[in-house]
Design a protein around this ligand. Sequence first.
Ligand SMILES: Cc1cc2nc3c(=O)[nH]c(=O)nc-3n(C[C@H](O)[C@H](O)[C@H](O)COP(=O)(O)OP(=O)(O)OC[C@H]3O[C@@H](n4cnc5c(N)ncnc54)[C@H](O)[C@@H]3O)c2cc1C
Length: 431
Amino acid sequence: MRASRIAASYGARVAVAESGRFGGTCVNVGCIPKKLFAYAAHYREDFEVARSFGWTTGEPSFDWKVLVANKDREIARLNGVYESLLTGAGVTILRGRASVVDAHTVEVNGARHAAKHILVATGSWPQVPQIPGRELAITSNEAFFLEALPRRALVVGGGYIALEFASIFNGLGVETTLAYRGPRLLRGFDAELGEHIASEMRKKGIVIRLQSNPARLERGIRITYEDGSTQETDLVLFATGRKPNTAGLGLEGAGVKLDREGAVVVDAYSRSSVASVHAIGDVANRLNLTPVATAEGMGLAKTLFRNEPTPVDHVNVATAVFSDPNIATVGLSEEAARASHGAVDVYKTSFRALKHTLGGHEERTFMKLVVDAASQRVLGAHMIGPDAGEIIQGVAIAVKLGATKAQFDATIGIHPTAAEEFVTMRQKATS
Ligand SMILES: Cc1cc2nc3c(=O)[nH]c(=O)nc-3n(C[C@H](O)[C@H](O)[C@H](O)COP(=O)(O)OP(=O)(O)OC[C@H]3O[C@@H](n4cnc5c(N)ncnc54)[C@H](O)[C@@H]3O)c2cc1C
């Protein structure tokens, strides 16, 4: 979307081949419907908290079909908006599955199209482990279109998609188990985030099984784990990773190098081993987030059609996990900072948000700053708590600019907020 629209605005003649719906994964089966579902799920708690502020709400009830229908209507609207953005920019739309024939030829529906440049932006696809009964499970792709909510669900995985769906199901009243083969959730994130979120999600009623991996599924659905233990559930969702969408694309035949995961190997300018073929987004498997994909697309359009070689800077990209509570992070985890910088100062705090003080709600907000001991630059900021994504987005600017801890401290907070804690943490936790 972004690469073609911007390239067209720079005067390139552009065609887009799309086999699915406009907007890609994010709009159709990713970020947008996921966040709408997360909002829906959080109302359960909001109704409870409202009572502590004097509201009588009656017994709330939830209608899954209404949520899905309203979500589908909004997504259909967005599909139309995206399509008209393309046509409005003068981009030709080719509906169908594309494959690459050679360095300058793409085939769509049997018709061949010659191009000076080819951009592969085919995204990624959920991976399901090769275990007996895997066909009984679903992935995030199907979760957005379930006919009905199950009574019980097992979500398998420990990454952001698994945590988000476990929180969504749990919030909507499904008895939810989260099973992850590793010792701690959110591998690659700051270790304390993984620990704290597990404790918060457990408090909200999710059963979390760590070092626990399904070995077999049988109709019912009966799960047998690798350790021999069993469980019955009504729905199994695998959120066990995604693979770059390059199968059957013809890239290897055209001489384009793929890595072991199947991702297109690219340089900093998103150029593949074939000079006229480029790749951006999940299919290049650098940092698989929508704003990163669009930045890569924008950079490529500038590089190719504006004579402005623009590499994409993947450093200090902020990201959020829309679990309940939310998680957001920018920069280095404490572990990564210690590995790359040696001595680091760590500041952290954990508290009950003001909103939860009247009702005795148990949720705790967690915040952490990781600071380079030598330069005092803030290397990482991490948070678990309401609106963590909204808060970390602002903090990310400071981290990107290389702000020091003293500069954070010199910033006067907004009171009373949770965010002000990021500029008032004075006590070093460890150093
Ligand atoms: C459940 C879920 C939640 C997510 N939540 C977030 C989030 O909150 N924030 C965030 O930043 N990221 C999120 N992501 C990740 C984000 O969706 C991806 O990083 C982003 O969509 C990648 O964009 P892309 O352009 O590379 O690929 P995609 O968005 O996957 O687009 C690829 C497009 O190519 C089309 N296509 C594929 N093969 C062909 C072919 N051969 N011919 C023609 N068309 C083809 C597909 O139909 C699709 O429209 C989420 C992902 C998932 C699955």
